[in-house]
Every structure is written in C-alpha cells, then in structure tokens.
Write a protein that binds this ligand. Structure first.
Ligand SMILES: [Cu+2]
Length: 478
C-alpha cells in the first residue's frame, strides 16, 4: 500500500494545497514531508530547539468500512505527508516558527488572554479597526499558504493551485473540509469533516483561532480579538446596517456604502464533484449576498430560551454521533434538533441562523466568505464555552465515534499542525481567549471575575472612542 502511495507521489508535479507553501515543492511532495525551514535555516527550527521533523502519528481511524472510502482527506494529513514538524514546548505552526494559541513573544513564553467582545459593545474606533483589518485580510496575499482550486480527486496530476488572500485561505479551508466524502464513485452528501458530528464545534473553534492569529500576524496587532454577534431574541438582523456588517437590497446585494460591498466569493459552485474550488478568478467571482429574514421557512433567530434549552443537554454528543443524535448538546447547538425536547429533528440554532441570514450565509460550504460567519460562529463558540464551564468539559468527554475524520484522536482536517479533535474540548483560556459578558446568560458565563472594559451598547447613542475601551485594556495576564 505504501509503495503505491510513493509511486503516486512521485508522479505528481507542482501539487499544492492550502498546505504551507514550503511543503508544496516537488521535493517535499515526493518525499511526503512537510517540514519547512524556520528562519534559522533548519527544518522545523530543529537547530534552535524549536521542534523536529518526525513521522506523523495518525491513529487508526474508527470509521466504518474505511477501505470503501476514497478521499484525500481521510487520515489527515497522511495522503499528502508522512512526516511533519513536531514542535516543542509552546512552539507551534507548520514549521514551529509560531507559538501555540495564547502564547506570544520570540520564545513563546508570554501568555495572554484576549477578551472577545460583542460587536455592539465595541467603540467606533475598535469597530473601524476590525473592519479595516478584515479588508486587509481580504486583499493581502497569504505568505504562508496557497490553495487548491481545481482537480479531479482521482487524479492528482490535474490539480491546480493559486495564491489566495489571508481571508480567502480561511474560506477555502472550510470549503475543503466540507466537500462531501466520497465512497467509491458516490458522494455521501451528509458526511464531511467539519459538520454533522462531534468535531463540529472544535473544528470551528480552530478555524476562528487560525484566522484571528493570521490577522494578528499580518497587522502586528497581537491584541486583535474577533467580535461575536449575540443574536438571541433578535427581531431582525440589527447589525445588518452600514455601520456594522452592511445593509442589503431585496436582491441581497450589499449596500455600496457598506464595508463589504466589494467582497467576492471564492469557491462558488460548491456542488461540482470534480472541482475543488471554482471561480477563483476575479472576473468569474460572484459578490457576497445577504438576505436576512427573507426565507419564510426560516424567518426568526433562535430565542434566549432556545439557547438555555440547548445548554441543558449535559451529554456533549450522543450515538450515532451525526445529524440524528438525540439529547445531544452538539446536535442541538449545531441545529438539527429542537433544543427544548432534544428529540424532534428540525432546523434550529446554528443552522437556523445561517438560513435566516440567507444569501451566501445560507450556502453553508461557502458561508465563510461572509464575515458574518465569523461573528455568528464566535457566538456559537461562546455557547460552547459556557457549556464547557457548566459541565466541566475536558477532552475525555469527547466521544469515540465512526464519523470519518471526527474520531477523538484524529487530526482536525485540514489544519497544520495536527490538533486532535478531542483537544479542542477544553476551556478557551487554554487557547488564550475568553468572552465578554453580554446580556443575560445562565451560570457558566465565561468571564466571571474578569475585568473587562465592555460596556453595554445602547442603540442610537453616539459611541465615543474612550481609550479605556481599546482592545489592550481587555487583556490580562493570568
Ligand atoms: Cu461550518
């Protein structure tokens, strides 16, 4: 089997992916080795004691009939690489040139806890800074990563790869993880690596951490924290105004006076079986669309009670660990379950918000293209955090299961370096952030005892740029 893989790898030329740029050279691909050099000129910064190049330990996966699955993402990242960087201490990243989430400094020995705030709590200055950072992320070429655009997955020689912006790399990662899993020549539409299973919450937690860190690195602002949107009980999308995420017309076009009206969508046409990411060229890309409240079947946001009901399910997830799981916190929060009874399968919570917002957000694989995704998922992450605090969530609570890529010891697909799915199930402080208090939340609200600069936003009141509300004041060193 391994001989075949090496032959396959040898037949490749110029293959890249979202993978680190340095791991996409012919040599790296032929050797199935992703051990990029750090600035000291040694792979994984080994000469400076940051890490070393080692066979990647990928555990035996637990899926049913693995041999029937034909998928490049299975057993991530083994299809591409047998050797990756293992970083020591607080060093991290594909070449050990970065720090673990929550750590900063040349030696990665400074710990910080950022406070993620509700977007309506931010001052005008803070908000404008975030919008300008996002604009920069959308237009700045990623120096570390390239993305895969087209290619028949049966034939790796057909792959083509392009540069992408920092933001578009993030969109691509979500899209790539969500492409349906292939079994022989049939796609199993209900299965992917990021949703409909226990990995859903951790996968999205890691995605937000990834983009947040990329923006910190791009801007040099280590205090940048993603905002969230607490949509509980909203009668309409109150942040869909030009001061916030943007107004839209009846067709879903964003107002020309809004921050994101020029944004275009990568990877549309997501249901095409042999194309990874279509429409990456400027002239073929569609603009972002948003139509909040226009879908009569999904015409409301989840209520305060829906969130309270979701938090009453003390089992993180339940068999069969997919979109039919009953009395499961994960499945209720993901939104395949009625939160109140934990039995009725219906669209709710996370899924309902995607559908309510409509347009690009309603096409879940490409929904990352709309920055609304960040705010929505950051709030989902806050709910996860409240659950973790309430039930003492630890990696041990992450269940064994048979969903491809979603086993506890499998690497969250397709991130570098490897994060085992189970390890995302621990308090956000471990990853260097927490959440502001905003509106009422039950016990477990995560910022108890933290000094934050957050104020409650009062609509229609002019916001001042009080320097005490700058992001740095929300930091604390535990
Ligand atoms: Cu998603």
């Amino acid at each position: 089997m391994h001989g075949l893989w090496i032959l396959l790898a040898l037949s490749l030329s110029g293959v890249h992916s979202q993978f680190p740029r340095g791991c996409t050279t012919n040599e790296a691909l032929q050797k199935k080795t992703c051990c990029s050099e750090w600035t000291d000129g040694t792979p994984c910064g080994s000469g400076s004691g940051r890490g070393k190049c080692r066979p990647s330990v990928v555990p035996v996966i637990s899926v049913l009939n693995e041999s029937l699955l034909y998928d490049d993402r299975l057993n991530w990242p083994h299809h591409y690489y047998d050797r990756t960087c293992e970083c020591f201490g607080n060093y991290s990243g594909f070449n050990c040139g970065y720090c673990k989430y929550g750590y900063y400094g040349d030696k990665c020995d400074q710990k910080k806890t950022l406070v993620r705030k509700e977007i309506r709590e931010l001052t005008l200055v803070e908000r404008k800074r975030i919008f300008s950072y996002l604009a920069l992320a959308k237009t700045t070429k990623s120096k570390d990563f390239v993305v895969l655009t087209t290619g028949d997955r049966h034939n790796r020689d057909t792959y083509t790869f392009v540069d992408a912006s920092v933001y578009d790399v993030f969109s691509w990662i979500h899209y790539y993880s969500m492409k349906p899993i292939m079994k022989k020549s049939v796609f199993i539409d209900s299965k992917n690596y990021a949703h409909q299973g226990p990995a859903f919450l951790g996968w999205h937690r890691l995605g937000l951490l990834f983009l947040e860190r990329e923006i910190q690195l791009m801007t040099g602002d280590e205090d940048f924290a993603l905002p969230y949107y607490d949509w509980r009980g909203e009668k309409n999308c109150s942040i869909c105004t030009n001061d916030f995420l943007g107004d839209n017309d009846a067709q879903g076009n964003l107002s020309p006076y809004s921050h994101f009206s020029y944004w275009k969508v990568i990877c549309s046409g997501y249901d095409c079986p042999d194309v990874y990411c279509r429409n990456h060229e400027e002239h073929t890309m569609e603009k972002l669309l948003r139509k909040p409240g226009s879908d009569p079947l999904n015409s409301r946001f989840p209520s305060f009670q829906d969130v309270e009901d979701t938090l009453k399910w003390g089992d993180f997830d339940t068999p069969p660990y997919n979109e039919t799981s009953r009395k499961s916190f994960r499945n209720s929060l993901e939104g395949y379950l009625r939160p109140s009874d934990g039995e009725t399968l219906e669209l709710s919570m996370h899924n309902l918000v995607h559908m309510y917002l409509g347009g690009t957000m309603a096409q879940v694989p490409i929904s990352t293209n709309d920055p609304m995704f960040l705010l929505h998922h950051n709030f989902i992450d806050k709910i996860l955090e409240i659950w973790i605090n309430k039930y003492n969530g630890t990696p041990e609570l992450y269940p064994e299961n048979r969903e491809p890529g979603q086993g506890p010891y499998e690497c969250t697909t397709p991130y570098f370096p490897c994060y085992q799915n189970k390890d995302l199930l621990q308090t956000s402080r471990h990853f260097g952030y927490t959440f502001s208090k905003y509106q009422e939340f039950g016990p477990g609200d995560s910022d108890e005892g933290i000094v934050t600069a957050a104020t409650t936003y009062i609509p229609d009141q002019p916001q001042t740029s009080d320097p005490s509300l700058e992001p740095s004041s929300g930091l604390r060193n535990p």
